[in-house]
Design a protein around this ligand. Structure first.
Ligand SMILES: [Zn+2]
Length: 131
């Protein structure tokens, strides 16, 4: 069966060890091909006018990469450890992150809003939203 690589969008055989184009492990592809689609977006007022890089990891495996103007779509079967990092933010703005569990039973889409600064990192928290 062919599945879409979450890293580069390439079609990959589920029998392969890794995506031949970008090297993403197929275990990450398979886990993300299963479960419910969960949407995540950073509150766009936070980084405007910049669109810094946004990376989403599920159980420590990177499953989505884009920027903060986009809606990240990941797949979760159950309450799962999710990490979102916002990198390469220009000038004075600090890097930002969310690390915690997201439960698909609590909602299918979330907006990430800043809650406080921890060691110069802006901490984000997901709030249910319609995306
Ligand atoms: Zn790939």
């Amino acid at each position: 069966m062919l599945i879409k690589c979450p890293e580069c969008g390439n079609d990959v055989s589920d029998l392969a060890a890794a995506c031949p184009k970008c090297g993403c492990p197929v275990s990450a592809v398979v886990s993300s091909a299963d479960g419910e689609i969960i949407k995540l977006k950073v509150d766009e007022r936070v980084f405007t006018p910049f669109k810094p890089e946004m990376i989403v990891s599920v159980n420590d495996v990177q499953v989505w990469r884009g920027n903060t103007s986009q809606v990240a779509e990941i797949r979760l079967k159950e309450k799962t450890k999710v990490k979102v990092t916002i990198n390469k933010i220009p000038v004075a703005t600090k890097n930002a992150f969310f690390e915690g569990e997201i439960d698909p039973a609590m909602g299918k889409s979330y907006i990430l809003k800043p809650v406080r600064k921890t060691f110069n990192m802006l901490q984000l928290r997901p709030y249910p939203a319609n995306l």
